[in-house]
Design a protein around this ligand. Structure first.
Ligand code: SAH
Length: 360
């Protein structure tokens, strides 16, 4: 018993060392590393992840101001609280003026990236999205604009880019087609999601992908597929977070993911993608009161405080128990700063582009 424990420990240490040295491991070894993780191996992994993080980014953590500008959605994803068929969701969308007002408040609070996220709300035409993007870029020329508005045609993505959008977040959610089909309605496919991601990259966006962890039916082989998919896409940003059930969805009785696995995966991502921008997400902070601080100590280097107007915050509920729904933008901003400083890191003011990108 003792022997096998020792073997297991040295096996994990060897795997972490190898992952640190080469940035990769064979499939079987990754499965073992993730499958046999325990507090000791997690600590070792995080130490190595911090070395990589600090080599590439020092102690800087980048701020992104998140503007949840619409909760209308044409899709019916089984996990998501703003899915089309949720009749209990009180819908809202912001006008261009309201969005610009959020950006103005955010600018005064040092934000230099605005992330416009929403459901797939087709009431905004491409021209309107372009109008919003170009107006933000005109009023705040030293800021980056990130869109996170789901699956569109390549032509639409090109228009938004030409209007000045710098970055696009579109999580792939899961890289296994069969698993994908169990989380989504039949109109949606992993194939189209992947097509979107490669189109966005080719157009010239800084691209973010990522997966939900411990979503229903997820196995370790799916997580391995996620890592291999990310290696083929080579995204600039990788957002991961635990699945958390929402009471008005078909997955309401499914268990939430753990911060323990999310943190471990942040450590692995930092070693496999040393230069990636990896957020410590709100979902992580929602299942673990110190989730975001722990995320930074596991290798994350981005936080995304909420800039949405307080009147709509409690309506953008993707999952139950979301934090900060009652706060003002300024509260979130300074709360985040003190959290970052509490673990020895500092807020970096500026656009915080992916290494190698200057933006436009
Ligand atoms: N419509 C946009 C934005 C989606 S919301 C798009 O398709 O990209 C942003 C992310 O929230 C999703 O990509 C998903 O990974 C996450 N999310 C949605 N529901 C969730 C839940 N129940 N638990 C955890 N994360 C969830």
């Amino acid at each position: 018993m003792q022997n096998s424990n020792i073997q297991k420990r040295s096996g994990q240490a060897g795997r972490i060392e190898e992952l640190f040295r080469t940035g990769d491991l064979p499939d079987e070894e990754l499965i073992q590393l993730i499958g046999q993780r325990e507090p000791d191996s997690a600590e070792q992994l995080f130490e190595k992840a911090r070395i990589r993080q600090q080599e590439n980014f020092g102690h800087a953590v980048y701020l992104r101001g998140l503007i949840e500008f619409t909760n209308y959605c044409r899709n019916d994803c089984l996990y998501c609280g703003i899915r089309r068929s949720n009749r209990n969701c009180e819908r809202y969308h912001l006008t261009k003026e309201q969005i610009l007002d959020c950006c103005g408040k955010g600018y005064a609070l040092d934000f230099r990236t605005f992330v416009l996220q929403g459901g797939e709300d087709m009431s905004y035409s491409d021209e309107e999205i372009c109008g919003i993007v170009s107006e933000i870029k005109q009023q705040f020329p030293d800021c980056a604009v990130t869109l996170s508005i789901g699956e569109r045609s390549r032509e639409s993505y090109q228009k938004y880019f030409d209007a000045g959008a710098d970055r696009y977040l579109l999580r792939h959610e899961t890289a296994d087609p069969e698993h994908y089909s169990r989380l989504h309605p039949k109109e949606l496919s992993l194939e189209n999601r992947t097509r979107c991601l490669f189109d966005l990259k080719e157009i010239g966006y800084q691209v973010g992908a990522g997966m939900m962890l411990q979503s229903p039916y997820q196995t370790i082989y799916h997580i391995l597929a996620d890592l291999r998919f990310l290696q083929s896409l080579r995204p600039d940003m990788i957002g991961i977070g635990p699945f958390i059930p929402h009471q008005d969805t078909p997955f309401k009785d499914e268990p939430a993911g753990t911060s323990e696995l999310t943190l471990f995966m942040i450590g692995i991502l930092r070693l496999m993608f040393p230069k990636a921008l990896i957020p410590a997400t709100t979902a992580l902070g929602s299942i673990d009161p110190l989730g975001r601080e722990r995320g930074i100590l596991a290798g994350a280097n981005v936080v995304m405080p909420n800039l949405s107007p307080s009147t709509v915050r409690d309506k953008y509920l993707l999952y139950d128990g979301k934090i900060c729904t009652g706060d003002e933008a300024a509260e979130c901003r300074f709360c985040m700063q003190s959290r970052i400083e509490s673990v020895g890191y500092e807020v970096q003011v500026g656009r915080g582009d992916a290494p190698g990108f200057a933006g436009h």
